[in-house]
Write a protein that binds this ligand. Structure first.
Ligand code: HAM
Length: 417
């Protein structure tokens, strides 16, 4: 038996309905915020992620699905959506549109991570990216958009943790302080941290090893090294959040796992997710566009994992309606299956959700299936019904029966739904 690759899964039945409902809610929400959809290719030139996401990140060093095509070009299945969104912005000259340009996507992403609950090798993420505004109001609006999604879905117990990791100048100062601290603790840190201390000290703060975490509790606080501009920016973001009634916790240990962030960084943490507790995360990334060869374009965005949202929904038993039941189930005796096929098709063309038997079951078994399907009405086509073009419609919940000319059925059902 060939199975789906490790860390991947099929989506069907009730799960597919949950995905679809969730996607619908997200699309509507984005319309309300004036954010338009972006769809990018599943794979990009590898260089985009090397330059965009950062050579020293786990994603680029260990997790990318990279391959060469027949022309020996190196391609990578997208591990995230921000670098592709920047590439698309540049490629289509979106800089000449009125700014900010506000884009969102719901796409699949690929990371060769160790699979566990909430962590897969193919997953879906809802991402939003705002391009062309340096204003803290853009950071706050993005954060509010994610927050509104949780409210709409009825997901409670989400905590917004927010931090500022400053701009390039603040970071230079902070990196020096952090390197000094790490240097003094080197023998207590894991080999990966030791290596990162030289290449990208901020990454050290992201280490998940318990021993390292204990040591890093005493690391210098990044917020205390912020320059006046970054401090003011952060203060304004927090002010907007307060004005919008969005509760937050300032957490100077939030640094994010990707290299492109500047100033604001944040995560939405849920207590229902176990060890993969981040429902989503994001931040400002004012230099990514230049890193991939474009002009300077300030930007801010987030990514929220669709599977993690569904886990949180399930944990809170707020899962969206499962399979949507048909309005009517049409049963037929064996000699009238053509009639049932024609009637069902006609109802569907008129926008009515109708089911009929496509398994060659007995009439008794068909009626059992009608019951199971949760249909609101059922009717049976026998020889008499076909000849008179009329049938008795039964309301399943009450047993109430109505005989009617079948030509009137669409009109009747449309009124009832
Ligand atoms: P990220 O934190 O790497 O950020 O991913 C965003 C979200 O995707 C995570 O919070 C999580 O919910 C989900 N996710 C990540 N990896 C997995 C996985 N292996 N399995 C299941 N879900 C996963 C980014 O990707 C940034 N591009 C976000 C961003 C947009 N920053 C600015 N704009």
């Amino acid at each position: 038996m060939i199975q789906a690759p490790k860390g991947t899964f099929d989506i069907f039945g009730n799960k597919a309905v949950s995905y679809r409902n969730l996607e619908g809610i997200i699309h509507d929400l984005c319309v309300r915020f004036g954010v338009t959809e972006l769809r990018t290719p599943t794979f990009e030139y590898t260089e985009l992620f090397h330059r965009g996401v950062g050579e020293t990140t786990d994603v680029v060093q260990k997790e990318m699905y990279t391959f060469s095509d027949a022309g020996d070009r190196s391609l990578t299945l997208r591990p995230e959506g921000t670098a592709p969104a920047c590439r698309a912005y540049l490629e289509h000259g979106m800089g000449s549109l009125p700014q900010p340009v506000k884009l969102y996507y719901i796409s699949s992403f690929y990371r060769a991570e160790k699979p566990q609950k909430g962590r897969y090798r193919q997953f879906q993420s809802f991402g939003t990216e705002y391009f062309g505004s340096t204003d803290p109001a853009a950071d706050a609006e993005i954060i509010a958009l994610g927050w509104e999604l949780f409210r709409l879905l009825g997901i409670t117990g989400v905590e917004l943790r927010i931090n500022s990791i400053g701009d390039r100048e603040c970071r230079l100062k902070y990196n020096t302080e952090l390197r000094e601290f790490i240097g003094s603790q080197l023998d207590r840190l894991c080999p990966v941290c030791k290596e990162r201390a030289a290449t990208n000290p901020l990454r050290v703060l992201d280490c998940k090893e318990e021993g390292c975490k204990r040591v890093l509790n005493d690391a210098p606080d990044i917020l205390s090294t912020l320059g006046p501009d970054c401090k003011a920016h952060f203060g304004k973001v927090l002010g907007f959040l307060k004005a919008m009634g969005i509760p937050y916790t300032v957490d100077s240990r939030i640094v994010r796992g990707l290299d492109y962030y500047t100033k604001t960084v944040f995560e939405y943490i849920s207590s229902d997710l176990g060890s993969q507790s981040a429902l989503g995360g994001g931040g400002r990334y004012d230099h990514l566009m230049e890193t991939i060869g474009g002009p300077s374009v300030p930007a801010v965005g987030f990514g929220i994992g669709i599977e993690r949202l569904l886990i949180a929904l399930e944990a809170q038993q707020a899962e969206q309606a499962a399979q949507i039941p048909p309005v009517v189930f049409i049963g037929a005796i064996p000699s009238q299956t053509n009639f049932a096929a024609g009637l069902t098709h006609k109802l569907r063309q008129s926008g009515i959700s109708a089911q009929w038997d496509i398994s060659g079951r007995s009439l008794k078994a068909q009626m059992k299936a009608a019951d199971k399907s949760g249909a609101r009405y059922s009717l049976v086509i026998g020889d008499d019904e076909a000849a008179s073009n009329s049938a008795t419609l039964k309301e399943m919940a009450t047993g109430e029966q109505t005989t009617m000319i079948l030509d009137k059925l669409t009109e009747f059902l449309t009124r009832k739904v």
